[in-house]
Design a protein around this ligand. Sequence first.
Ligand SMILES: Nc1ncnc2c1ncn2[C@@H]1O[C@H](COP(=O)(O)OP(=O)(O)OP(=O)(O)O)[C@@H](O)[C@H]1O
Ligand SMILES: [Mg+2]
Length: 495
Amino acid sequence: MSVAVEFRNVTKEYGPVRVLHGVGFALQPGRVYGLLGENGAGKSTLMKILAGYESPTTGEILIDGAVRAPAGGSRAAEAQGIVLIHQEFNLAEDLTIAQNIFLGHEIRKGLFLDDRAMREQTRAALAKVGLPLDPDTRVRKLIVAEKQLVEIARALARHARLLIMDEPTATLTPGETERLFALMAGLKAAGVTIIYISHKLDEVERTTDEVIVMRDGQLVAREATASVTRRQMANLMVGRELADLFPEKLPAPDGAPAMRVRGLTVPGWAEDIDFEVRRGEILGFAGLVGAGRTELFEGLLGLRPRTAGELELAGQPVQVRSPRDAARHGLTYLSEDRKGKGLHVHFGLRPNLTLMALERYASPWLRPADEEAALRDAVQEFGIRTGSLEVRASSLSGGNQQKLALAKVLHPGPSVVVLDEPTRGVDVGAKREIYHLVQRLAAQGLAVIVISSELMELIGLCHRVAVMRAGRLQTTLQAPHLTEEELIVHATGTR
Ligand SMILES: Nc1ncnc2c1ncn2[C@@H]1O[C@H](COP(=O)(O)OP(=O)(O)OP(=O)(O)O)[C@@H](O)[C@H]1O
Ligand SMILES: [Mg+2]
């Protein structure tokens, strides 16, 4: 069952950019390893090499003591029991769940596909991850968390001996996360080696035996998990002592509202919602996944049908039919679905940054020099790590894509900005930078709305936090009632 893995002097270059600089370490079978590092450190790249999706430029990988032949691809790696759960999902949107799970591994009965067997096994794999969906559902129809669970189910159906999980819990609820941890414990007991990549250091602390830390494409530390604190893990990742995560809160502003929403109803998701946010204010939205927070704002922006509701910006009633409309009135939205609705990952960095603010560049005609300068500024200000400005968005690391998405929604110079899960997949150092950025935006007079599933983030950052449950706004909390306990009570409706 178990598998032993060794990296020997692995390097990876993309054109002139060297991403891995001679990585070497060995993994013992049946242990759980946490792989840590800042955004762009090379974690996903190294794991894609191990799972056969990329080949190393130089160096080799030994599996059970034997050098693996290059160019076998992911199929060969899976035949050896090495399976990767991708950070940016790798599902075919137009196929069904069952087709995705068995893609390339179809079960046959004679000459024909055994659809019944595949459906049955899919149902079993879905039950394991707690997703009671019809195996014939198309992946396109699923929400982000469900896609993540399908990715996990797909890996489980492959009978892995070495399972690599790249940020598996970024989109999961606490309940789904607990279930995943229980699955991991079962796999470990059965001798499966697990590599667990996460920026959530509390999860790393709980689930792993050892941590391996990468920085700038190199191994910098390896420690027994029990022997390091979370703070030490964070310091090893960034290579220096990190200062406090949250900036000091500014006093709550008391000016006129920058945005006022009345009676907004998004059928099936949010009902009769009223709220307002002032200039200079940071307003949080808490709630469980499925509480309707994302859908409420998608309705407000015209991304979903709404049946009632009024919107005022800077005291003026406005009609918003699309995100473009909203941006014209000074309201922008960072989607939680980075790959689906946030970025055009197959485009370059430049159009991704400037698409929403196109009017500004298109009149009287497009000025490439302005665009170029804007991109340089954004890369600088948001600390986007990229070897070159000429790459596609898809070649940025997960966390750096998130920073680009953030730069994109701030680029049009909005007066109200809605950030849906702004620190998802972002490393601790960058998280801190984003918190300070949000604070600066508020200090400059922007109204900022932060939707987040991380309670500590809402408590550390916001003046007030609105709590939603089952499509209704339950309450709005502010200090001294802005505590983890109160948030949970209102989000779950239980005491
Ligand atoms: N196809 C590619 N072309 C060019 N550069 C790439 C490509 N794929 C990855 N890179 C670069 O390699 C570096 C490492 O990226 P990688 O995705 O491995 O980081 P990571 O440690 O997984 O970060 P994160 O925590 O943000 O997921 C990044 O600077 C990224 O821009
Ligand atoms: Mg990654």
